[in-house]
Design a protein around this ligand. Structure first.
Ligand SMILES: [Cu+2]
Length: 269
């Protein structure tokens, strides 16, 4: 069952399916009437380091306020007899064009992509998606307030983002990364290694398990990115597919998310 879900959540396949199913018809219904007060971004969260996990996240921006809804499943469930604390972040790469790492990011060849290695693709922590309190980078390895606890979870929180993170999201260069692997799944020498981020934690606790780069889910309308952030949007596979396939896919995706957006209006602060 998990395998089937993972395949369906592969972003390129999902977008392609959207386009084939509802391209021109959906495009005809685009009205452009939304004033854009709220703007929604979405990412499928795909496994890193063969974690076997999957998920998705939706972030609706209203100014610097971000209403976040995320669902994950298949992550490592327990850690030292408790629910496994999965720290998670919005990562932003300097210069833009952040994306998710592939296995080739494993520079030291130890068999896993650790967080600094993955950083070459997704950049630094800009926001920590904790369950309460501090959401800055300073809380990056605060396992007590990890946003995800256990193997499957729904995360809902409304937080304020800094300008850098908002700009990166709008420019398609911000990635959501959920960390924490099952140590038993790792090569023997990696099981005993310390995290390069915090040597009180094992390597497994901070290595990335899920990653997805946020993309505009209402692409039928013009981007809202500030003119000062530049950077362009040429990097990701997602971008390439969308640009190549024209407006039909984008409008279809927007329509789908407009429906689910209605459910979010009562989200608690
Ligand atoms: Cu992270």
């Amino acid at each position: 069952m998990r395998t089937a879900k993972k395949l369906m959540l592969t972003p390129v396949l999902a977008l392609t399916a959207f386009g084939l199913a509802a391209g021109p018809a959906a495009a005809a219904t685009a009205s452009g009437s939304d004033s854009g007060e709220n703007w929604t971004y979405q990412a499928d969260l795909n496994e890193v380091n063969d974690s076997g996990a999957s998920g998705d996240i939706m972030i609706t921006l209203k100014g610097n306020k971000a209403m976040i809804t995320e669902h994950v499943e298949g992550l490592a469930e327990t850690f030292q007899d408790g629910k496994y604390p999965h720290v998670q972040h919005i990562h932003v790469k300097a210069g833009g064009n952040g994306t998710c790492p592939t296995a080739s990011a494993d520079e030291d060849g130890d068999g896993i992509v650790n967080t600094p290695e993955g950083g070459a693709a997704y950049g630094e922590v800009s926001t920590t998606l904790t369950d309460s309190g501090d959401t800055s980078a300073a809380a990056a390895v605060d396992v007590e307030h990890a946003g995800i606890k256990g193997g499957s979870a729904t995360y809902e929180r409304t937080i304020d983002l800094d300008d850098k993170t908002v700009d990166a999201i709008k420019n398609g260069g911000a990635s959501v990364v959920v960390h924490g692997l099952n140590p038993e799944d790792l090569p023997k020498d990696v099981q005993d290694a310390k995290s390069p981020l915090d040597d009180s934690l094992p390597q497994a606790a901070t290595a990335p398990a899920l990653c997805g780069t946020l993309a505009d889910s209402q692409m039928g309308q013009p981007p809202k990115g500030g003119p000062d952030t530049g950077g362009g949007s040429t990097a990701g596979t997602d971008d390439t597919v969308m640009l190549a396939s024209g407006g039909g896919i984008l409008v279809a995706a927007g329509a789908a998310f407009a429906i689910s957006r209605k459910k979010k209006t009562n989200s608690a602060h």
